[in-house]
Design a protein around this ligand. Sequence first.
Ligand SMILES: *Cc1c(COP(=O)(O)O)cnc(C)c1O
Length: 387
Amino acid sequence: MTTTFPLEQFQLLRTPFYYYDTQVLRATLQTICEEKEALGNCEVHYAIKANANPKLLPIISSYGLGADCVSGGEIEAALNAGFPANKIVFAGVGKADWEICLGLDKGIFCFNVESVPELEVINELAGTMGKVANVAFRINPDVEAHTHAHITTGLAENKFGISMADMEAVIARASDLENVRFVGLHFHIGSQILDLEDDFLPLCERINALQDQLEQRRIVVENINVGGGLGVDYEQPESHLVPEFKRYMHLVASHLKLRSGQTLHFEPGRSVVAQCGALISRVLYVKQGTDKQFAILDAGMTELIRPALYQAHHKIENLTSKGDLEKYDVVGPICESSDVFDKGVCLPKVSRGDLIAIRSAGAYGESMASGYNCRALPEGYILEELI
Ligand SMILES: *Cc1c(COP(=O)(O)O)cnc(C)c1O
């Protein structure tokens, strides 16, 4: 499979914009569905925060995935896109009262609870609404994901989750409360994880140990949710358009000692949408410095903040030049020194007006765009509306 870039149509569009090759997205979703069927007793919830574009969400929901939401707005976006309420989970350390009430009102599957005070507020609000809320506890497994420090979430002193030492007390607290029902355990160790064995096997072992501990106390756990985190190949997107879902899901399922009747949940975000998306930009100027040259784009950190925020690397391609290779620092127009996409990039000779693709930008790209410098939010186009 290769990515389709409809260049003639691109020429007619105002840049910068996001472009999504929905054939790549569909192939990815197909792979997920096949592995989910092969495993049985498995649910996959797409993490909406990776990309909430209303043209993509209905495609994702049409493959039978559920939604992992981290705000009331995401719950609304998921429902509008056809995700059934009973396949929505609601995570996040700081759920506001109105967001909890929205989840209760819509009858979402489960709240992934991150603290005792939150559990008590959910219980209270559910009581006033005459409902019982399903709750899973997000346990902090103290497993280190080998990824960028800003995107590890599973270490002991992290704002996320409940510590393993507190787990039993929190489950006991839930059983004292009338309007919550304990339905499972939730884990999420970080993002952009490529070393599957190194990071996911310790998580599986930790979960197995916790399960043994709970079994001794005769505490029944219906659902085990291992979160998201599967990484994508940002260096060579075209050779790995569909991430390693089969190996990843199989690895986790085969190392977890699931009890009979337990459902295994995955919450991939990045790996579902990253490779289908590209940020398409036009070169405004080529500027000669003393030792280097700059390609100044009309897209910047307002459209794609990952390089500035996480020192993330995205492959950059010149879609319209066939010239000889030259080196460029590729930068945006925003008034910040960190507004640099990459330095020393080899590109076919760049000229004003060339179309540049910043690849693997489907995840945490459009969804993190901002209006800084009074810029308009970027449009997002999908393949089938352009051809
Ligand atoms: C962000 C997030 C995910 C998705 O993570 P990816 O690395 O994009 O797969 C899953 N679960 C939770 C709780 C999250 O916060």
